[in-house]
Design a protein around this ligand. Structure first.
Ligand code: AMP
Length: 193
């Protein structure tokens, strides 16, 4: 990978505002937004073999297998645009197994930062119930948020143990959050350049 390409991971509960903030990160840092949720939704909507396999899992709020998820990320990371421009990974890794696989895939290309866009559980639950997406049934929301606590919070801690984690307060206006995020990213980029 291009040695100057920026390599970021962003964590945040569903409803934490990651989508908007990722758009802004892409605009400022020129990285490619890589969302496994978007990849799975596109495959589902196109009715590909992968899509048909993941559709019922997504509908129930469960997680696609590590094996399948790691394989699609590995393939995407090898693509020319990401090799050139770097990435912000969103929705991956979601389990410690995926985190280990990611570091292995990157090899000597270390991550610059793993950001935790932190919004408390009660706040995202209220936000998600207010915004009705097709796959956002009350049961689905509850299951996804519970899975986040079970699987993803330990993954965040896995990165914290390796001194890669930067926590950013996700409460406040979108602009306030963006300002905090950019400050955090600029800080780690300055420290590693
Ligand atoms: P998201 O938009 O990130 O919430 O992803 C939507 C759905 O795609 C999730 O509820 C999972 O079913 C699936 N998914 C996305 N990313 C992953 C991942 N890293 N591991 C397993 N399943 C995933």
């Amino acid at each position: 990978m291009n040695s100057t390409a920026t390599r970021l991971v962003i964590f945040g509960r569903q409803g934490a505002g990651k989508g908007t903030q990722c758009d802004r990160i892409v605009e400022k840092y020129g990285v490619v937004h890589l969302s496994t949720g978007d990849m799975f939704r596109a495959a589902r909507d196109q009715g590909t073999e992968l899509g048909n396999k993941v559709a019922p899992i997504m509908a129930s709020g469960g997680l696609v297998s590590d094996e399948l998820t790691i394989a699609i990320v590995e393939e995407r990371l090898a693509s020319e645009d990401i090799q050139r421009s770097g990435f912000v990974l969103d929705g991956f890794p979601r389990t410690p197994t995926q985190a280990e696989a990611l570091l292995e895939m990157l090899g000597k290309d270390r991550l610059h930062a793993v950001i935790n866009l932190d919004v408390p559980l009660e706040e995202v639950t209220a936000r998600m119930k207010a915004r009705a997406r097709e796959d956002d049934t009350d049961d689905g929301i509850a299951k996804r948020l519970a899975l986040y606590e079970q699987e993803t919070v330990p993954t965040i801690e896995w990165f914290a143990d390796r001194d890669l984690l930067v926590t950013v307060d996700g409460l406040g206006t979108e602009d306030e959050v963006t300002e905090r995020l950019f400050e955090a990213i600029d800080g780690v980029l300055a420290a590693t350049s």
